[in-house]
Design a protein around this ligand. Structure first.
Ligand code: NOJ
Length: 547
């Protein structure tokens, strides 16, 4: 990115399949996004990121690309995409595309060719290995369950696929492959897109192919040549352009993320990491029912905040995306309307004071909740369906498994956007590809816009504060009370002025921390005033001159 302005931006993430359907197909489309561009302006965001809309068999909802140059017909046409860019730009909005370059669909022509014979021109675009006596080349586990290698009897070898069987990992060692990827990215830059989110980009460099004592992550996470590859990608594509980039980093480290985002190294602008969203994975196990560990949540968030601030790196900051359950149902409380609204605003305030680029996932700004599905036939996600079978095979009851999915499944975030109280929440006139959450009549955009006290206006205010005040972008980060069991507190200091963010994560009152300076002008709060104590889920930002 040539200039620095992107640092003040806020990004809105769209999951197109669940956003807005204009054809009655039951699946969202690009014209549906165009229809809502003014909504993003009302909210005040700068960038809109679309998860993949390329041609794909949609086994993983677009993260299995079969043609990087085509738009999936179910989303519309390339002309629709052009129109989206034009209409967005006319409103001062920027569009980010999702780029999946760790793997392609096995329906991609490269893979179709690659699997034909060992001497095919495209063979080496993917990672093929002979089996061993034990079967697959290594014991690595796929992130979607099972072994990470799939046997292909055509050539009697296995291909690596860290995700679904239909998502074959690309071989970045191959120079022609890398060139084709750069060409493709340049095509989209020329097409007019303003930014890219790179899917699991820290997995592109595979190291040694050896057995592991665990799932195998140490052999391909932040692998040996990953920084070289990303630097090469940068130099050959977006490096000198006004294009904002964010890399999705799986199981990464602060040290690597400082490197990925160090402006002098010419890699990426910013990074997503997920450590703070594993605080309800006891012993690292996602498929469990567990309360989240609040102290650990603060520790992780603040370790990253301080280290990235001091080291000159840049975080993406977020609670939600299409892979995570809804945050109110997770770290807040969705049992009553009062709790939903209070905890939703609290979570927004707690996050949006942090340093980095805030991401808002569709529906988060109106406080959408997990849908509380009660039957397995309501789920669509490949990872969740695999986990369902695995848990059942391990002897869990249907009810137990459904409880776990109800709390952890990615489909919790993928239910259709709730626009109004019409049938299916106004998302489609047809039958939605996945059920709409039953609370749509109460929780929807129309209702949120009409109510000046809705969660929507808290998000809007937070975005405008970030645009107006440099503290959020440039201020240093000073954490406080890391051992406190209820309060999340930190300062953002800039130009001898302090913004203090205080959030009570508990649904009970708690005194203001002793000896702590709580004076100052209220920039935003979810109760509207200040009391003698912090009320349930109370959150506020206070501004004062630093003495
Ligand atoms: C991360 C994406 O966010 C997720 O949805 C996808 O399943 C995997 N990468 C594989 O592409």
């Amino acid at each position: 990115m040539a200039s620095n302005d992107w640092r003040k931006s806020v990004v809105y993430q769209i999951y197109p399949k669940s956003f807005n359907d204009t054809t009655g197909s039951g699946e969202g489309d690009i014209p549906g996004i165009i229809e809502k561009l003014d909504y993003f302006k009302t909210l005040g965001v700068d960038y809109v990121w679309l998860t993949p809309v390329y041609r794909s068999p949609m086994n993983d909802n677009g993260y299995d690309i079969s043609d990087y140059y085509e738009v999936n017909p179910q989303f519309g046409t390339k002309e629709d995409l052009k129109e989206l860019l034009e209409q967005a730009h006319a409103r001062g909005l920027k569009i980010m595309m999702d780029i999946v370059i760790n793997h392609t669909s096995t329906s991609h022509n490269w893979f179709v060719e690659s699997r034909k014979s060992k001497d095919n021109k495209y063979r080496d675009y993917y990672i093929w290995k002979d089996g061993t006596e034990a079967g697959p080349p290594t014991n690595w586990e796929s992130k979607f369950g099972g072994n990470a290698w799939t046997y292909d009897d055509k050539t009697n070898q296995y291909y690596l696929r860290l995700f679904d069987v239909s998502q074959a990992d690309l071989n970045w060692e191959n120079e022609s492959l890398r060139k084709e990827i750069y060409e493709m990215i340049n095509y989209w830059i020329d097409f007019g897109v303003d930014g890219f989110r790179f899917d699991v980009v820290n997995l592109i460099s595979k190291g040694e192919f050896k057995n592991s004592d665990g799932p195998g992550k140490e052999f391909y996470t932040d692998g040996p040549k990953v920084h070289d590859y990303i630097n090469e990608l940068n130099r050959n594509t977006f490096g000198d352009k006004e294009v904002m980039t964010v890399g999705e980093m799986s199981s990464t480290t602060i040290d690597h993320c400082l490197k990925y985002t160090d402006p002098k190294r010419n890699e990426l602008n910013s990074v997503f990491n997920f450590h703070h969203l594993k605080v309800d994975y006891p012993g690292g196990e996602k498929w469990t029912l567990a309360n989240y560990d609040f102290i650990e949540l603060k520790r992780i968030l603040m370790d990253w905040q301080v280290a990235m601030d001091e080291g000159g790196g840049w975080n993406a900051i977020f609670w939600c995306n299409h892979d995570q359950p809804r945050i109110i149902s997770r770290f807040g409380q969705d049992d009553t309307e009062e709790n939903r609204v209070l905890s939703g605003k609290m979570l927004a305030i707690a996050l949006h004071g942090l340093k980095g680029t805030p991401y808002i996932y569709q529906g988060e700004e109106i406080g959408m909740t997990n849908p509380k599905f009660t039957r397995i036939d309501q789920y669509r996600d490949v990872e969740s369906l695999n986990a369902y079978s695995a848990m059942k095979e391990n002897g869990m009851t249907n009810a137990q498994v459904l409880d776990i999915l109800g709390s952890k499944s990615r489909d919790n975030a993928r239910t259709p956007m709730q626009w109004n109280k019409d049938r299916h929440g106004g998302f489609t006139t047809g039958e939605p590809w996945i059920d709409v959450a039953e609370n749509y009549a109460d929780i929807n955009v129309e209702a949120a816009l009409e109510d000046e006290n809705s969660i929507f206006y808290t998000y809007r205010k937070l975005i405008s504060l970030r645009h107006e005040m440099n503290h959020f972008t440039y201020g240093s980060v000073i954490p406080h009370l890391l051992k406190d069991d209820a309060l999340f507190v930190y300062d953002r200091i800039y130009n001898e002025e302090t913004v203090t963010v205080i959030a009570n994560f508990r649904n009970k009152s708690t005194p203001f921390p002793e000896g702590f300076d709580t004076e100052g002008k209220i920039l935003i709060s979810n109760y509207g005033d200040k009391s003698t104590e912090l009320r349930p889920f109370e959150a506020l930002m206070l501004y004062r001159q630093t003495v």
